[in-house]
Write a protein of this length. Structure first.
Length: 469
C-alpha cells in the first residue's frame, strides 16, 4: 500500500492544495505547478514553494505513469524527514536521486534512495521479520551514531546492519562499527554504489575489514533484487594484482558470516597473508632439508644455501651492504652467519610446530636438543648479539616453556650482558622478520591474530593446523 502526501501547503497566495485537487487539475495546470516548484528549488532551495502539511518538508510533484498517461503525485524531496507518516516509500528507479544531484543534494539523495530501496527489497523477502531505516540525512557515519542505515532481521540468516557508503568513510569509525556489531552479533555489511578506479583510503579500509570483498548496490543488483524479492548485491573479490575478479551477484544467503568480524563471500586476505609468510622461507626449508646437520660438519657451505641467501637478500636488500660490512670490518662471511642464525630460528619454529625437539644446526638430537643447541650457540661470541632476537622468537611460540629451564634463561642473560643486541631496523632483524613474519612482523602478526589465523606454532589459536613450512 502506497502512502501519499495528502495535502501540500504552497506559498501564498496559492495555499493548501489537496492530492484530490491536484489530481483533478488539467495537465497544463499541474505541469506549471511542477515547473514552478523546480524553478524555486533552483533559485532558493531553502524556501521551497510547497511543503508537506505534516512534516513541513519540501515536496515536489512527481509525474507518475499509470495506464493511459501521467498523473501527478506529491513526493518529498530527499531532505524531508523519513519518518513523515506520509512518506511515500521508494521509487525503485533512481531517477529522482539523479535529478536531485543537480540540486546540490547528490549524496544525501542517492544515499537515501539506496537505503530505502535496500529496505524495500528486504521487505519483499518473506523470511524478513524486521527492517528499519535510519535517517539518512546526517552527513557522516560518525554523526549517525550507532544506528545503521538499514537494519534487518532475517529468519535463518540472522541480523544484518547495512551501511551505505558513498564517500569518505572514516577509518576509526569503520573499525568502531565492526567492533560494535561484532559484540552485538550483528553482521555488518558496507555497500557502495560504484567503485572508482582511484579509491579513497576509506574504501580500502572497508574492503580490508571485509577481507578483500566489496559490495555494490548498482543497477544490476537493484534489478536482481527486484526480480528475486530479496537483497542481491554485486560482489567484487580482490584479485592478486590489485584489482577485482569479474563481479558476481550475491544474496545474503551466499555470504560467509562465520568469522564474526566481517561478512564476506570469500576470505581473500588470510590466504594471501599466509602465502606471503611461507614465500619468505620456502628456499630455506629446501636448504635445511637438503643439508641436515647430521650429515654435514658445517652445512652452511653447501650449494643449497646459495638460493636461500639469494631469496632473502631479494626480500631484504639491506642484507647485501651488511654482508659487505661484515667482511670488510670483521672478515666474517655474513651470508653464512645469517644462514646459521636462520637455522637457529627454524629449529625453534619446527620444534614449536611438532612439539618434538628438532634442530638444523649442531648434532643434538635428543629430547632436549633445542635447549642444548641454544645454550651452545648463545655461548658463542658470534651469536650473542642475537640473543634478544632469538628470545623474542622463542617466547612467541609454544616452545617458550624451554625458558623455564634455568640454564637457558641464564644463557640468554649472559649473552645480553656480554654483547650489544641488535634491534628492529637492523638488517638481520628485518631478515628474520621476512623469514617469520608471524613472529617479528608486528602488523602481519596482529592481522593474522585478528583474523583468527595466527598459526599455533607462532603462539596463535588458529583452529586450522598450520605448519611453519
Ligand atoms: Zn511529509
Amino acid at each position: 500500500m502506497q502512502r501519499t502526501i495528502e495535502i501540500a501547503d504552497f506559498a501564498l497566495p496559492r495555499g493548501a492544495v489537496s492530492i484530490q485537487q491536484l489530481m483533478a487539475m488539467p495537465r497544463a495546470t499541474w505541469d506549471h505547478l511542477r515547473s514552478e516548484i523546480n524553478r524555486q528549488r533552483q533559485i532558493d532551495p531553502l524556501n521551497p514553494l510547497a511543503r508537506c502539511r505534516l512534516c513541513k518538508g519540501p515536496v515536489f510533484i512527481r509525474s507518475h505513469y499509470a495506464s493511459g498517461g501521467h498523473a501527478p503525485v506529491y513526493a518529498h524531496y530527499p531532505e524531508s524527514p523519513a519518518d513523515c507518516p506520509w512518506y511515500q516509500g521508494v521509487n525503485l528507479k533512481p531517477d529522482d536521486a539523479r535529478a536531485a544531484q543537480y540540486h546540490g543534494h547528490q549524496e544525501s539523495a542517492l544515499h537515501r534512495w539506496m537505503c530505502e530501496t535496500i529496505a524495500t527489497v528486504l521487505e519483499q523477502d518473506p523470511r524478513c521479520r524486521l527492517v528499519t531505516v535510519d535517517t539518512y540525512r546526517r552527513p557522516s557515519i560518525a554523526a549517525r551514531g550507532r544506528y545503521p542505515d538499514v537494519y534487518a532481521e532475517i529468519d535463518g540468516l540472522g541480523k544484518f546492519a547495512i551501511e551505505v557508503q558513498l564517500s569518505k568513510p572514516f577509518a576509526p569509525e569503520i573499525v568502531a562499527r565492526h567492533i560494535h556489531y561484532e559484540a552485538e552479533g550483528v553482521a555488518l555489511l558496507w555497500v557502495f554504489r560504484t567503485l572508482d578506479a582511484e579509491l579513497p583510503q576509506g574504501f580500502h579500509d572497508v574492503i580490508t575489514l571485509q577481507r578483500g570483498n566489496a559490495f555494490l548496490f548498482d543497477d544490476d543488483a537493484v534489478a536482481a533484487s527486484s526480480t528475486r524479492n530479496t537483497l542481491v548485491l554485486t560482489g567484487l573479490l580482490e584479485n592478486d594484482r590489485g584489482g577485482f575478479l569479474k563481479p558476481r551477484l550475491v544474496a545474503l544467503d551466499d555470504l560467509d558470516r562465520s568469522s564474526g568480524r566481517a561478512v564476506f563471500i570469500e576470505d581473500r586476505r588470510s590466504d594471501r597473508l599466509l602465502d606471503y609468510c611461507r614465500a619468505g622461507r620456502a628456499k630455506w626449508w629446501e636448504a635445511f632439508k637438503e643439508a641436515p646437520p647430521a650429515e654435514f660438519d658445517y652445512p652452511f657451505d653447501e650449494p643449497c644455501f646459495i638460493p636461500a641467501w639469494d631469496s632473502i637478500k631479494a626480500f631484504v636488500p639491506e642484507l647485501s651492504p651488511w654482508k659487505r660490512r661484515c667482511w670488510s670490518e670483521q672478515f666474517v662471511r655474513g651470508d653464512r652467519l645469517f644462514a646459521e642464525l636462520a637455522a637457529i630460528l627454524f629449529s625453534i619454529a619446527r620444534t614449536a610446530t611438532t612439539g618434538k625437539d628438532r634442530v638444523y644446526v649442531t648434532r643434538y638430537n635428543d629430547a632436549s636438543a633445542l635447549t642444548s643447541m641454544l645454550n651452545a650457540k648463545l655461548a658463542a661470541q658470534a651469536f650473542m648479539p642475537f640473543a634478544t632476537l632469538i628470545e623474542t622468537m622463542l617466547r612467541a611460540t609454544p616452545a617458550r616453556d624451554r625458558l623455564v629451564r634455568t640454564s637457558l634463561a641464564r644463557a640468554f642473560e649472559h649473552a645480553k650482558l656480554e654483547s650489544e643486541q641488535i634491534a628492529p631496523g637492523h638488517p638481520i632483524w628485518s631478515g628474520a622478520a621476512r623469514l617469520f613474519p608471524e613472529i617479528f612482523d608486528g602488523l602481519r602478526r596482529a592481522e593474522l591474530d585478528d583474523l583468527g589465523k595466527l598459526p599455533g606454532w607462532a603462539g596463535g589459536a588458529s583452529q586450522t593446523a598450520q605448519s611453519s613450512s
